[in-house]
Design a binder for this molecule. Sequence first.
Ligand code: NDP
Length: 290
Amino acid sequence: MTKIIDGKAISATIKAEVAAEVQQMIEAGKQAPGLAVVLVGENKASQVYVSMKKKACEKAGIYSREIQLPETVTMNELLTEVKKLNDDSQIHGILVQLPLPSHIDEQEVLNHIDPRKDVDGFHPINVGNLSLKIDGFVPCTPLGVMEMLKRSNIEIQGKNALVLGRSNIVGKPMAMLLTNAHATVTIAHSKTRDLAEQIGRADILVAAIGRPEFVKGEWIKEGAVVVDVGINSIDDPNSAKGYRLVGDVEYESAAAKAAHITPVPGGVGPMTIAMLLSNTLKAKKKYYNS
Ligand code: NDP
């Protein structure tokens, strides 16, 4: 029978573990971890994500600060804000909410975050650390996927894994994490030929392409582990909201083949914030343990 991996429940456990550790820290007279989230412009989805992150911090006892900057902010102004946060002793984690307006060089901004506060794991030093298997910060979504697999007792070593998507945020770090965990990893993308055939060989499939229900159940290997990172909104006149969220995988047909599968919503989505809290606590403990 297919086992549904409940990301909501796993993320609740992780959040509770983080909250307990933060509580202990505070009781020991230490400073609480602090997270700064920089939000540029009026992107509705970004505003929702930032407010969810803020609420999750509050619940875990993590100090949080939101820095709101106008859409018209200049590169220099933004870098000045980042530098201030780098020097701020109340802040141990810095997150710049992406995407940034097109006149801003996104990577350049990320490059200016102190790698010790880079809880999103996008700084080149942390990208390098992951590749070298040095302990640093790993992007929250792929880190969350690994945590889900671990806590569901899914064996990775020796398995054929296929990561669908090669973004810096999900696909590439995901492939590196699976490689470090001794899977044999294939990375597929929009130029990949014979995708269905490649997917058919995967014991573990991680789909992260942002294409609603693109992966068909018939492509999936019998007994595979299917992790659906995609979050896509599609029109649904039957839903009160007029839309519903679906993943990159056709859920029903994939669930019929898979041994384990993550649903959308309630799968990988909730894990990302849990790992952000966990990374912020880690930053405090690893680099600012006072
Ligand atoms: P990007 O748009 O940055 O990358 C998409 C990747 O998918 C690219 O590598 C692209 O290939 C590949 N791709 C696109 N279309 C196809 C196709 N038809 N066949 C094969 N490969 C394809 O997306 P992200 O990595 O940022 O996000 C992916 C999905 O994950 C989105 O739905 C996003 O909403 C979701 N997401 C969910 C998170 C969560 O918290 N659960 C967090 C982050 C993202 P190429 O490189 O060749 O262009």
